[in-house]
Unconditional design. Structure first.
Length: 322
């Protein structure tokens, strides 16, 4: 996991200045894709506020205060992180109880709610009370990958900080540095900007198997071979049992068509598949077929979440692509 100063240098610089000028807002929303360092920046900010040995605007990371923040046991830094599907009113009540206990050691307090898009409407309304009765020295940070799923009342009362995703090429370099085979790293970097998630993805041997199966399917589709239809049941469906796996498989197919379209128009973009011969053959088909094919794949990705079995959705898709 890269250090936050390397991952988001501009945001670290921005918050260094905000703290130095004592202009910290009461509430922030850290918004951006997973793996862009939202929780790390929240932790960095907490360390910066409590560190007893700040050097050149940076927390030292080693003093007892920094270590307590890092260890998750600083009394004035309270995290609400839930593995459950939603964050409920009771979770916010527990957070408020923590709040009334803390603040004894200093005036500064930091509350961090991760995955704030999981807040139920009731929990969000309960959280709003924090905003309506501001406590001096209190900062609330909500992290989310989808700020548009937050209640407008929550959004409007906080300052939104957008976390830019690292460039794909950079993600690919880091995946390869972590030992992922270049061919797999290129595809994984197109599926996630989260290096940790990308490594886990590529280390699963079924990832490589799915990729191989998708390329086999693309080869059959390019030839107009009806065996493509049979491949769905015999090869593709057994390789994608869960919804995320099924979405990943469709995403790989979409990448193949997107690469082929770019190659067709000779767009010099580094694609997910490099100069793979199967993709080059697909690129030789009519542009209309490729763009319609990509549209069909994207439509199937949307349908997949809506009570359709993977097999029937994929079979219908393959018939369209043929
Ligand atoms: Zn320190």
């Amino acid at each position: 996991m890269p250090e936050i100063a390397a991952l988001q240098p501009q945001l670290v610089q921005q918050f260094s200045q905000i703290v130095a000028n004592q202009r910290l807002s009461q509430a922030y929303i850290f918004n951006g894709p997973s793996g862009t360092g939202k929780a790390q920046l929240a932790e960095w900010l907490a360390m910066r506020l409590f560190c007893t040995n700040v050097q050149a605007g940076q927390p030292c990371g080693e003093c007892p205060e920094c270590q307590r923040v890092r260890g998750g046991n600083h009394p004035d830094v309270v995290w609400l992180t839930s593995d459950a599907k939603s964050i409920k009113v009771d979770d916010i009540r527990a957070l408020k109880a923590e709040m009334s206990k803390s603040g004894v050691e200093g005036t500064q307090r930091v509350f961090i709610v991760t995955d704030a898009d999981k807040l139920t409407a009731g929990a969000a309304n309960s959280l709003l009370k924090f905003y309506e009765e501001p406590v001096p020295g209190m900062t609330i940070i909500l992290t989310t990958t989808a700020k548009n799923q937050l209640l407008p009342t929550i959004l409007s009362r906080a300052q939104v900080i957008n976390f830019p995703a690292p460039a794909r090429a950079q993600v690919q370099v880091e995946l390869e540095a972590a030992g992922v085979e270049p061919r797999l790293a290129a595809v994984a970097a197109h599926l996630t900007v989260d290096v940790t998630a990308g490594v886990a993805m590529a280390e699963d041997e079924r990832f490589a198997a799915r990729l191989k199966a998708v390329l086999t399917l693309v080869g059959k589709l390019t030839q107009g071979d009806a065996e493509a239809f049979v491949l769905v049941q015999t090869t593709l469906v057994p390789l994608a049992k869960t919804l995320p796996e099924q979405q990943q498989l469709l995403a790989m197919l979409a990448l193949a068509y997107a690469d082929a379209l770019n190659a067709h128009y000779q767009v010099p973009l580094p694609g997910a598949f490099g100069d793979d011969a199967t993709i080059a053959a697909l690129a030789g088909r009519a542009s209309r077929q490729l763009s319609d094919g990509l549209a069909h794949i994207l439509a199937t990705q949307i349908r997949l979440g809506q009570n359709v079995t993977f097999q029937s959705a994929l079979e219908a898709l393959v018939l369209q692509l043929l």
